[in-house]
Design a protein. Structure first.
Length: 435
């Protein structure tokens, strides 16, 4: 079985656990059919995929939904939305874990993400995926605009495996920013980080994770939460937003390390400075952290092209400060290589595929992220998928042809489908039209 098919089976087992709101014997479609139908749209990157497959099913009594995604029948879009609305997004967690396990089993697939020895970098960042001044549900957050209108939105905290110098990223289960039972204040990103660490941190502790985040996260409750679940942290820490740290580094001779790197014809000087055991806040219970910064300037003009600073619980020295800074900077991969991709490059995260009254919007986001995660791991570890992707090179061309070919013929397996896509093999003849 292809890695791709094994991961599909994992997604199917997750959606099998979704609660079935139907009563009596009216169960023409399985919950697996509902979940895999929604997942197939994201995986194929084709909003019209189900409509095309319904035409094949109508004409030939079969479709690629059956042979490639394991459905028995194709439910209607409205039926899918109604049936998925009551499921909790956390039910998809095992599929995310299986994606990471598949990467571990691939030769060197996991090792390319290790940094600072054998640590795995997990970056945090929040993003919105729905916004409206008319449509809303009990899971919406809200804000008042200057024109007096109330705007409703959905947001999530994304957690992603990243690595500096590596062009792949692996999404992990998100934590949704939504009204919490018994909470007086509206939910926020920092609260979501703490919930994510409590829910998932113990499970990922075996990977010796280093959590990455921006200045918003460099506060003692978040740092302590990462340590409490066996993790480490490298968070952006601007001295201007941490007066105590700013006071410590002023007038002190900081340890310094410089390196020169050439990019094209231009040389750049990388200067690193650090100090150990700085209290993160006032008080006897303050957590001691190690602070370091990086400044990049042109060797010829002295112009500064980049500057940032971080805190970490890990020891910093001349031998590792450059790599530590590169790891801290890798946090921005979650914006460039996750949010940009899932919003603009085919996954259409901000498109309203269905809002629902309970959890539909979050379930669809989870399935969308799973499609992205499976695409990425197959790019790394599935030989047949990887070979086909390499032939097309341009990601857009690959998925355009993937979706188009699935409308023309019914394929018995993903192997047959990918071979037809990769080697221009003629598609199999469709089954005879039922009489």
């Amino acid at each position: 079985m292809l890695l791709l098919e094994r991961l599909f089976d994992s997604v199917a087992r997750c959606v099998d656990t979704f609660p079935d709101p139907r009563r009596g014997r009216n169960a023409t479609y399985r919950m697996r059919d509902m979940g895999m139908a929604a997942f197939s749209v994201f995986f194929m990157q084709s909003p019209s995929f189900l409509a095309h497959q319904r035409l094949l099913e109508q004409g030939h009594g079969d479709s690629n939904c059956t042979s490639l995604f394991g459905m028995t029948k194709i439910p209607s879009d409205n039926h899918i939305r109604a049936m998925l609305d009551g499921a909790q997004p956390s039910l998809l967690q095992p599929a995310f874990d299986d994606v990471l396990a598949a990467l571990q089993q691939a030769p060197d697939g996991f090792n390319v993400f290790r940094r600072l020895g054998d640590h795995l970098l997990i970056a945090f960042d929040g993003t919105e995926y729905f916004c409206s001044d008319a449509i809303h549900c009990p899971q919406c957050s809200h804000r008042r605009r200057g024109n007096g209108k109330t705007e409703y939105f959905h947001a999530m905290l994304a957690a992603t495996v990243v690595a500096p110098g590596h062009d792949k990223v692996i999404p992990l289960p998100p934590e949704f920013i939504a009204p919490q039972d018994g909470a007086a204040k509206q939910d926020c990103e920092n609260a979501a980080v703490k919930r994510w660490l409590a829910a998932h941190g113990p499970r990922y502790a075996k990977f010796k994770p280093i959590y990455l985040g921006d200045d918003l996260n460099s506060r003692q409750p978040i740092c302590q939460a990462a340590l409490d679940v066996g993790g480490h942290f490298i968070f952006v820490c601007k001295p201007s937003s941490h007066p105590l740290i700013e006071e410590y580094i002023k007038g002190v001779q900081l340890e310094t390390h410089e390196e020169t790197h050439k990019r094209g014809k231009t040389r750049f000087i990388y200067r690193y400075r650090w100090i150990h055991k700085v209290p993160l806040r006032d008080g006897e219970d303050a957590l001691d952290v190690n602070w370091f910064d990086i400044e990049v300037r042109r060797a010829d003009t002295g112009d500064v092209t980049y500057r940032n600073s971080f805190i970490t619980d890990l020891p910093i020295a001349a031998g590792n400060v450059a790599e530590a800074a590169a790891c801290g900077r890798a946090k921005w991969k979650i914006e460039n290589e996750v949010f940009n991709v899932i919003k603009n490059n085919g996954y259409n995260l901000e498109h309203n595929f269905g809002h629902g009254k309970q959890n539909l919007a979050a379930i669809l986001v989870g399935l969308n992220l799973l499609a992205f995660a499976i695409h990425t791991v197959c790019d790394i570890a599935d030989p047949v998928w990887r070979h086909t992707r390499e032939i097309y090179r341009a990601r857009r061309d690959f998925f355009r042809n993937l979706a188009a070919l699935a409308t023309l013929a019914i394929f018995p397996s993903w192997t047959a489908f990918l071979h037809a896509l990769a080697f221009n093999q003629p598609p199999p003849k469709p089954p005879p039209v039922p009489t």
